[in-house]
Design a protein around this ligand. Sequence first.
Ligand SMILES: Nc1ncnc2c1ncn2[C@@H]1O[C@H](COP(=O)(O)OP(=O)(O)OP(=O)(O)O)[C@@H](O)[C@H]1O
Ligand SMILES: [Mg+2]
Length: 263
Amino acid sequence: MTITNQGTGAAQGSVLAAHGIEKTFFTTTPPAKVLNGINLEVRPGEFTVVMGASGSGKSTLLYCISGMDRPTEGTVKLDGRDLTSFNNKQMSKVRLEEMGFIFQQAYFLDNLNVRDNILLPALKAQPRERAKVEARVDALLKRFGIDHIANHGVTQVSGGQLQRASICRALATEPKVLFADEPTGALNASTSEEVMNALVDVHRDGTTVVMVTHDPACAARADRVVYLRDGLVVDEVALGPWTHEHSEQRSDFLLGWLRDHGF
Ligand SMILES: Nc1ncnc2c1ncn2[C@@H]1O[C@H](COP(=O)(O)OP(=O)(O)OP(=O)(O)O)[C@@H](O)[C@H]1O
Ligand SMILES: [Mg+2]
């Protein structure tokens, strides 16, 4: 296992490249400058984790680089296209068709069953591909072990099942990048492990993942971890591909590294 403190993003071309990202919220008096010039490059297929203290700007960064919000300054390129130059309609299209999202809470529609909650956004993205989309969703439900609850209401399933359904929903459009903001934040330890195993599988299949987490055990699964302080990336560590065999060594290393940052 090789662990380095060198940046990894720029070397092999990036699917996502954020440069000089600043974000100021003008809704407060005085305005709150939350991101202070962040550079972050993500290579295709890479699993990047963003960590940092509460309020350091992790969620804000995730929203700014995923097209959910706009930075005040800086550029965000997806496959070389500058998202910051897109209008709102273009941005919604990119979000729907090329990005996948998982949040701490699943945000499903109560009046639809699990399968339809997953199917709906995918059909919106690919309306002419109904049969293909349905087949893909059914394969995802099976793969993540929730095909038996496909027709259940979303209030009748467990938190872990719901979060696995979120992963299916996020993957149903075959996104270029999967963004996850504290996907295990509301789960207990064993359910959290189950969801992380699912995310590691997704990453192994070649999906690019950018995840925010507070949990070092979850972060240890990533290829690299970047650390935010006061809206700036102050350090990053490359852990390399996760293997079960090295999991303890990685977790110990990461815990030490986080402690050095006062986490
Ligand atoms: N819409 C907003 N308007 C004003 N301030 C905001 C807004 N969103 C976030 N902030 C502020 O920006 C700072 C960073 O918030 P952010 O949610 O990005 O932090 P975080 O690192 O994700 O924290 P946590 O770990 O608690 O989720 C906080 O001080 C927060 O209060
Ligand atoms: Mg947050």
